[in-house]
Design a binder for this molecule. Structure first.
Ligand code: PMP
Length: 371
């Protein structure tokens, strides 16, 4: 019998695990920072009609020109300086393809969005965590800034609002990172629609080493996979060299355009999410046994005096799926709940109170037993 040779993996890939998406049957899904509002297409017969007319035998518009043009008006940024990706995940990969390489470390905050690290390692890049200060703030000390400015070219990813912590970083500290970094700085504004700040688009013309990422995923279109990259000519031209042709499929292009042409619907949904976030935070604040962190995103991070994994499992058994982050280094365990509809938020609060009450009873029973 011939034993087939196993091929060697690229450095780093062997140590990675496939990205785990929780797929539990659950009544309420609040784990992935998606919008809870789904568009009722039956109310848009012209869109359904248009869908039928798409020539699926043809490749889509390679530059996704129509959506880029609507986005350009929407964001007031030149259309030729916008590149779209199959989700911003793909754009993160393109940034690394175009600007990464040997001895060019990638930096991103910890706690932070996992894909910066995963994509870096998958591509054989050195990855370095930026340990956030207490209060989840970016460091601003001399050593950190000197490290960013040393001779090695680097790529720094900063999501603001940050996932999973939910806070926007101090603007001056971000500016300091942009000014000191010898290399590219990518400000990921995936959750910008829910924050109260102005974002960083206003300073983009000034900084040739700055890239801004946005996405349609958090404003009701996660299923379409449309990520947005905004930058100056040099970066755009580099990204265009590595972008795959036809990376945005015809259905996504068509439907994203249909939704984007109804800006009022998106703005309404975002307002409701912000309103629900305030309600959710107020309720959570009053619950004994947990501590929540202020959020400017469409989710809320919290920690607990009880084991976070136990809370996660108990909630799941009640049909509520959220996201758990086990303790890691200097950080305790965290839980992250996406802001849902009003009803979903109410059910979540009810279930969380029930689960914490159960855990407290269990624990006090055990204390008595041991006494
Ligand atoms: N950036 C951040 C900070 C995120 O949290 C996410 C998704 N969770 C993404 C990017 C990826 O978004 P997309 O769906 O556009 O790939």
């Amino acid at each position: 019998m011939v034993i087939k040779k196993r091929f060697l993996l690229r450095d780093g890939v062997g140590g990675l695990a496939p990205y785990k998406i929780e797929d539990h049957p659950c009544a309420i899904k609040l784990d992935a920072n998606e919008s809870p509002f789904s568009i009722d297409w039956t109310k848009w017969p012209d869109v359904l009609d248009g869908l039928r007319k798409i020539d699926l035998n043809r490749y889509p518009d390679p530059s996704a020109g129509k959506i880029r043009s609507v986005l350009s008006d929407y964001m007031r940024w030149p259309v030729e300086k916008i590149v779209l990706g199959n989700g911003s995940d793909e754009l993160i990969q393109y940034i690394l393809m175009a600007f990464g390489g040997f001895n060019r470390p990638v930096y991103a905050p910890h706690p932070g969005f996992a894909m910066y690290r995963i994509i870096s390692i998958a591509m054989g890049q050195e990855f370095r965590s930026i340990t956030l200060e207490d209060g989840f703030e970016l460091p601003s000390n001399k050593e950190f800034l000197e490290e960013l400015s040393d001779v090695r070219q680097k790529i720094v990813f900063i999501a603001s609002p940050n996932n999973p912590t939910g806070n926007c970083f101090d603007r001056e500290r971000i500016l300091s990172v942009i000014k000191h970094t010898n290399g590219l700085v990518c400000i990921d504004e995936a959750y910008h629609d829910f924050d109260e700040g102005i974002g960083f688009l206003d300073i983009l013309p000034e900084f040739k080493n700055l890239v801004i990422l946005r996405t349609l995923s958090k404003i009701g279109m996660a299923g379409l996979r449309v990520g947005i990259l905004l930058a100056n000519d040099y970066v755009i031209s580099a990204i265009s060299k590595v972008r795959l042709p036809y990376n945005l499929n015809a259905i996504s292009q068509f439907l994203a355009l249909a939704v984007l042409n109804h800006k009022d619907i998106i703005l309404d949904m975002n307002q409701t999410i912000k309103k629900n976030r305030v309600w959710l935070a107020e309720k959570m604040q009053r619950i004994k046994g947990i501590k929540i962190f202020p959020s400017q995103a469409n989710f809320i991070l919290f920690t607990s005096e009880f084991c976070v994994e136990a809370i996660y499992k108990e909630l799941l058994s009640e049909g509520v799926l959220i996201k758990v982050f086990p303790p890691d280094g200097k950080w305790p365990g965290f839980l992250r709940v996406t802001v849902g509809t009003e009803d979903e938020c109410k059910i979540f609060i009810h279930m969380l109170e029930k689960v914490l009450y159960g855990l407290e009873k269990l624990l006090s029973g055990k204390v008595k037993e041991n006494a």
